[in-house]
Design a protein around this ligand. Sequence first.
Ligand code: HEM
Length: 469
Amino acid sequence: MPKPTPPMVSGALPGLGHALEFRSDRTALVRRGFEEHGNTFAIKLANQKVAILIGPENQRTFFMETDKALGIQEPYSFLRATFGEVLFLAPHDVYLEHRPVVLEAFRREKMLHYADVMQEVVQVWLDGLGEAGEIDLVHEVTHLVQEVAGNCFLGSEVHKQLGREFWDLYTDLSKALDPLLPPNLPLPKFIRRDRAKAKLHSILEPVIAERRQHPERYDDFLQDLVNKRYPDGRLADQEMIVDLLLALMFAGHETTAGQTAWTLILLLQNPHYLRLVQQEIQQVAPYGVHIDPRRMMQLDYISWAVREVERMRPSVDMLMRTVKQDVEVGDYSIPKGWLAQVAQDVAHNLPALFDDPETFDPLRFAPDRAEDKQDRFALIGFGGGTHKCTGMNFANMEMTVITALVFQQFDLELVTKHPQVERGLGASRPSPTRVRYRRKPQSELLAQNASPTAANGTMPAAAAEATGQ
Ligand code: HEM
């Protein structure tokens, strides 16, 4: 006997199904489905049926099924007009060519280099903040993460040369992302997108051409892409390199900015845990000391906080696939033509997996509790399986560096006490969050470390001044 399709959640309206509720509060909709039917159920978005899959077993199926059965391309097809046929927006054989190129960007030696760049860029930002003031944390962190991405992926020279123009053009690209409208309608936002894209290509392609002529002059991510040859000996073409760079910026910067801002906010909202983080910084990464890989590995309290933010405030809080062949999930069959969805915002709050899930409790990830290790598909803020985020280690390292340096050098206070989750197309993030800050007194900074001699020249400007270097 064929298995039944997943049961429908209550509240579908004629014609619209659950579309309005999905738009206004999809977390509440998915929670209701979970309460009514358990791990597997369905909603209707107008005529489109969507199977919602909750819990590690179901999430394993979602991530481990082949692209042939659960297609990743179709739900993201609205990105193609902006980023072209790169990564999983490309046909599968092209995707298989692109993925190793991206993985290469995150190999160990590169990550060591990125760690240095991150510390330099974050320190420049902190030095620019002055002694005291008030900022919109989300805005500042977004800008900072753009600087990090630009310096790491374009290389500091190119990024300096392009300056903010790159990000202004980039903003025109991201503002035009629209999953509903045909991407070629003559609307002002689409016209701006096409102009920005043409301009970005006209700026970057000569840079690539120059690098092709003088490969010996550069050693960075962009150069890796420029040098890259496919197994048949072909060089990656210029247009593809620019598209890939833009797609990586998209995949990486709003997501990282959201979770970084939440890390700082949740720490400020939980002073008892922040004290543990501050003690750790004093012991492992005091002022003026370069955070080398050994020290990075010792920043446990920060890394658990970063993981707790992935659980509680995932930037990517749902993922979709198109069902291209019938897929069996437990007692049900999801027919071809449906969509399948996982929902991090609900899956990360299952009390069966996470003790007291509404509470910010990073120690749940300490070795004696290790709640995330019960199942490798329990925590899915970076996805899983074939399409698991290639930038995960980069993002986690960046969040760790920013958190360590901010709390090492500043005292902060939330002016906006209760920021809310704001959903965007690229990623969720906190609503605008005012923060008051004050630089720690010089005596306190220097007392953190008896010999504040930075090993790699990334010594904070104020420390360098104080030590006359
Ligand atoms: C906190 C920050 C980040 C979060 C929460 C995040 C989340 C995710 C998620 C959930 C996926 C899986 C998408 C799916 O299965 O449909 C993904 C894929 C991906 N991410 Fe990230 N990401 C982050 C940062 C980054 C960074 C910094 C980069 C690179 C610069 C990056 C590059 C990618 C790429 C290339 C993929 C596609 C992998 C593939 O299909 O082969 N991400 N990310």
